[in-house]
Design a protein around this ligand. Structure first.
Ligand code: AMP
Length: 541
């Protein structure tokens, strides 16, 4: 092959920040805190704060490749960490605060986070966690006022750290390979422990560009995006990068995600697009119905993380909001398919094609296979396991050879664990899930963890958790339990056992007692049979 004669310059996240400050200095980042107060910064100001933060991180001893944890909701400080850590060649490890303390400390210890930055609304949780973290872990509170008295000993204050660097001048961003890691996010494992997805500068930039191409009308310096999707989950679907690349102003809602708070924020701040899971959209639509109008400037809604339903689509269209569906995974950066522009911009007519997960983004390739790994046609009828290949799909989990070995087929494609059909138009449609997990309100609940927690309840001999449909949470767990002969066990006993090991929102409201679990020919629990048996079960949450 004849090589092109062009400069081989690396694609780095620091370059996005510098471009944003030059090209869109007046675009803004508005953050709401837990008290509902808002802070406002222009991209120029964020740029200056990120440079100060980079100096502060170096002074704290952060080195290239170090993992630094964040346990925080969406705020400008969390966003600044994205840029400062990536900029100095370190890794921003975002941790989901909704997990159980043991799950969080397992993740932070596996990643070997040297510092943990946290939101002060989460101080009590962080203080509980602190003793289970590696010795020497340091803490930085992202506080609006004085440091909380219950913060772990020695906790530093974010604003004090960056204020100390006011006169340090611009940080001289280092140059390194675009394949260097910049961010880390763990996802629930179907078997065993959570798995770390380690993103590179290159993957994040390609993903941001590709997503923007698919969603062109949502980005621009005249647009404002509300990121309800958390910065702790798959880099808020890449919004920090695509908004800064295009000058799109960002509105960050903090921890208050109820319909009224989100509505108020959108209305006041002139939000044009919101990115969120169906549960958040459902709460917002309730508020919209109550008020009889949508937030004045809202044009588009990006729905992902779980399927868009026809009732939600109709409600959005009734109020003049264009619904756009995206599909993806932590492992895929995430946005990998979206509704196509002609459908998004077409008439509001509850087009069932909007319920499909959409066409692959630029550089994404999908394949469908049967149980023997044989390719299936993209005829809109053949159902099969969905596999994906793309420059922004993981090539292996962080320090997890076993998890990695199971995740790819022999051609190197990543197994999504989703079951799909692909239509001749190229649209992918999810029809089922082969991975044994429950996704409630956009967050995973591990069936395996539920089952082993249930088995710790005296008198339980077998347990199997399945997902059942729920109109607000998309899914809730239903736990099927088999009692030992003569045992007296109530649903509450089982729930109490689970609550001692898992987060409150992960505990199933519904526990049913059955005589025996159905088995497959190979001696595994047949979840398929259970799902069929309880397909009309109405979750009571
Ligand atoms: P996560 O890694 O937590 O982002 O979860 C990824 C998984 O969420 C996917 O593999 C799907 O099972 C599910 N998911 C994401 N987006 C959608 C969607 N638009 N429709 C249906 N399921 C989705």
């Amino acid at each position: 092959m004849l090589q092109g004669l062009m400069m081989d310059r690396p694609l780095l996240v620091s370059g996005i920040l510098e471009h944003a400050a030059r090209a869109y200095p007046e675009s803004t980042v508005v953050s709401a805190n837990a008290a509902g107060e808002r802070s406002r910064y222009t991209f120029r100001e964020i740029h200056a704060r990120v440079h100060q933060l980079a100096h502060a991180l170096i002074r704290l001893g952060v080195k290239p490749g170090d993992r630094v944890g964040t346990i925080a909701f969406n705020s400008n400080r969390h966003l600044e960490l994205y840029y400062a850590l990536a900029g100095i060649g370190a890794v921003c490890h975002t941790i989901n605060p909704r997990l159980f303390p043991e799950q969080i400390s397992w993740i932070a210890n596996h990643a070997e986070d040297s510092i943990l930055f946290f939101d002060t609304v989460l101080t009590a949780q962080v203080a509980t966690l602190a003793p289970s973290l590696a010795k020497g872990t340091r803490f930085v509170a992202m506080a609006d006022g004085p440091l909380p008295s219950d913060a772990p000993e020695g906790t530093l204050d974010y604003e004090t750290l960056i204020a100390a660097e006011k006169d340090s001048g611009l940080f001289d961003w280092p140059e390194f390979s675009e394949n260097t890691a910049c961010a880390l996010c763990y996802t629930s494992g179907t078997t065993g422990n959570p798995k770390g997805v380690l993103y590179s500068h290159r993957s994040q930039i390609l993903h941001a560009l590709s997503k923007m191409l698919a969603l062109l009308k949502m980005f621009g310096s005249d647009k404002r995006i509300l990121a309800v999707v958390p910065l702790f989950h798959v880099n808020a679907w890449g919004l920090p990068y695509s908004c800064f690349l295009t000058g799109t102003s960002m509105v960050l809602p903090g921890s208050r995600l109820d319909g009224a708070s989100v509505f108020g924020l959108m209305d006041d701040e002139g939000v044009t697009t919101n990115f969120g899971v169906p549960t958040v959209w459902g709460m917002l639509m309730e508020e919209i119905r109550k008020q009889g109008r949508k937030p004045a400037t809202l044009e588009h809604g990006l729905i992902g993380g779980a399927a868009l339903t026809m009732p939600l689509l109709k409600a959005m269209e009734e109020f003049g909001i264009r619904a756009v569906q995206g599909w993806g995974m932590t492992e895929t950066s995430p946005v990998s398919t979206t509704t196509t522009a002609d459908i998004i911009n077409g008439p509001a007519n509850a087009n069932p094609r909007k319920l499909r997960q959409g066409v692959p983004t630029w550089t994404t390739e999908l394949k469908l296979v049967d149980e023997n790994g044989k390719r299936l046609p993209h005829d809109g009828v053949s159902r099969g396991d969905l596999l994906i290949r793309c420059p922004y799909v993981t090539s292996g989990y962080y320090n997890d050879a076993k998890g990695t070995a199971a995740a790819f087929d022999e051609e190197g494609w990543f197994r999504t664990g989703d079951v799909s059909v692909i239509h001749p138009t190229g649209e992918m449609e999810i029809v089922d899930r082969s991975k044994d997990l429950i996704k409630s309100g956009g967050e995973w609940i591990s069936s395996l963890e539920l089952e082993s927690a249930a088995l710790s309840c005296p008198g339980v001999t077998a347990a199997a958790a399945i997902a059942v449909f729920h109109p607000k949470w998309s899914e809730r767990p239903l736990l099927c339990v088999v009692k030992a002969a003569g045992a007296e066990v109530s649903a509450d006993d089982v729930r109490t056992s689970i609550a001692s090991r898992m987060a409150k929102w992960q505990v199933p409201e519904d526990v049913v007692f059955i005589d025996a679990l159905p088995m497959t020919a190979t001696g595994k629990i047949s979840k398929l049979t259970l799902r069929e048996r309880f397909k009309d079960f109405y979750a009571s949450a």
